[in-house]
Design a protein around this ligand. Sequence first.
Ligand SMILES: Nc1ncnc2c1ncn2[C@@H]1O[C@H](COP(=O)(O)OP(=O)(O)OP(=O)(O)O)[C@@H](O)[C@H]1O
Ligand SMILES: [Mg+2]
Length: 450
Amino acid sequence: MPAGCILVVDDEERQREIYRDILEGEGYEAATAPSGEAALNLLAGRRFDLVITDLNLTGMSGVQLLGEILSADPTVAVVLITGYPSIQSAIEATKRGVYQYLEKPVDRDRLLEVVGSVFEHLAALKQNILGDSPATKAMVRMILKVAPTQHTVLILGESGTGKELVAREIHRHSPRSGAPFLAVNCAALTETLLESELFGHEKGAFTDAHQQKKGLFERAHHSTLFLDEIGDTSLALQAKILRALQEREIMRVGGTEAIKVDVRIIAATNRNLERLLKEGKFREDLYYRLKVIPIPCPPLRERRGDVEPLARHFLGRSEPAAGRRVEDISPAAIEALRAYDWPGNIRQLEWAIERAIVLGESNRVELRDLPPEILQPAAVASARPAAASPAPAAGLQPIIAEESWEAHEKAKIVEALDRTNWNITRAAQLLGMTFRTLQYRIEKYGLKRA
Ligand SMILES: Nc1ncnc2c1ncn2[C@@H]1O[C@H](COP(=O)(O)OP(=O)(O)OP(=O)(O)O)[C@@H](O)[C@H]1O
Ligand SMILES: [Mg+2]
């Protein structure tokens, strides 16, 4: 299998051939095109992982070609090569989503270094973000493309679709990866606490401010700050976040001095921001500022092809239950897993597999080991008139109690808290959630220690 498919675009034949020889010598599959127009023709017929194009082409320019390629398929990585570097065109190309910008002369080592990094990051991402559905592949390529830039990213998706995973991977594949990734769940803190958490405070700024404290924006200097559940922030705080993004400086609560910060922001939400905008609960200016690069995390029911690889991954990662190693999943169980709608998405699947391992009796996950709501796809489907109801898997047993996902999640959380004697850190580990997500859920469900 070739290491990857690359298209080289240059109007000088000799240059095209040089690049092609270097790439093929390293095991890549390479095709060439003499113009932007010819490149688009080739791209219409087949997929390339990477396009390397000269900036100055006769006819369509490299930047125009970049725009055309990315509007047709935003997942292709594009590298631009130029002999006449201009800051203006570099900015333009970066805005349009160029993967990297190379200055001529590009020698063999430099070319292979850049190409190698594209495919290395791609391979590493595929190890952490599983699934071969087109939706997941598109997500991975999008991460690969935005990671090296400084752009603010907005990750959108339902609960449990992998938003935090995506945010962490963007950081890990960015030039900032040497510094720690910092995260805050905006929904988990009161407005005042969140403000001081984000921006810090001066000594005496409020009653409990016994000492000066640096906020996350300062601590994330030269790193990435993940603003999770940004849709749950107040309008006043949104204004302050916007200011930090625009001015690249912040002021501690109670402070008088602006502090310069170089922070890359990744935000996420499971809320419908457009609706919040209409309801006047989210600032339009912040919304447009954030959504320059949106990355959708599609719900699992829209990428059913990922269900089996994910289920097998969670199975392979699990501890043996009572000395029994569960190594396989029965075809009927796979069928039921694929047919189910997964309101809690990948996290729910992860728990369903864990539960099946504990409850099962053989070394294979059987249909009967799956949670009741999964065995009743018809009930879920009838609640959704638009969706065609999937054929029930063979061998289904009637189950009386219909457990909703929320009830199931709540029960899981209570169980984990009981098991850990309300140690939230350990319970979060058991649940595979971050501390703050669990904190937020405890609040959402109004759970209290008995
Ligand atoms: N493509 C994937 N491959 C492997 N694991 C995944 C994938 N997507 C998500 N996961 C796992 O699913 C779980 C939930 O993901 P994550 O916490 O990132 O979701 P989220 O969208 O942030 O959820 P929430 O809205 O509840 O905060 C995590 O354990 C994560 O590692
Ligand atoms: Mg999350």
